[in-house]
Write a protein that binds this ligand. Structure first.
Ligand SMILES: [Zn+2]
Length: 115
C-alpha cells in the first residue's frame, strides 16, 4: 500500500498514512516523465587556444564527427588581437568522444582542460 501524497510504502494492514492522514492506495501512479528538451544542449570547455590554425583543425575534426560545439571569443580573435583565448565548447554528452579525437593533437599554444 502506498500513500498518494508522500509516496511512502506501507505494509499490508495499514489503511492510512501516518504522516499525511490520507487513505492509502494499492498502486502509485507512475511519476510523470521528466520533460526532455531536444534543443537544450549543455556545453563544456574542451580546450582553449590562441592559435587560429588550431581552431581550424579542431573545427574540421569536430565537424567530421558531427560533434556539437561552438567557439567562444572567436570573432574577437579573428579581427584583432585579443588577450582572451578562443574556448572550444563541446556538447557535454560528446565531451569524452571529442577529447578522444583530440588525444593525439598537441596544439602548440593550447591547453587541454584537465577534466
Ligand atoms: Zn503520506
Amino acid at each position: 500500500m502506498f500513500c498518494p501524497k508522500c509516496r511512502s510504502e506501507y505494509r499490508k494492514g495499514f489503511t492510512e498514512c501516518a504522516d499525511c492522514q490520507v487513505e492509502l492506495i494499492p498502486e502509485l501512479a507512475p511519476l510523470p516523465a521528466e520533460p526532455k528538451s531536444v534543443d537544450y544542449v549543455q556545453y563544456q570547455e574542451l580546450l582553449s587556444t590562441y592559435n587560429l590554425a588550431d581552431i581550424a583543425f579542431i573545427e574540421s575534426i569536430l565537424d567530421s564527427e558531427k560533434i556539437i560545439y561552438f567557439m567562444q571569443n572567436e570573432e574577437f580573435n579573428t579581427l584583432t588581437f585579443s588577450p582572451q583565448p578562443v574556448r572550444v565548447m563541446v556538447n557535454t554528452d560528446q565531451f569524452d568522444q571529442a577529447k578522444k579525437l583530440l588525444k593525439d593533437f598537441q596544439p602548440q599554444y593550447s591547453r587541454l582542460s584537465s577534466d
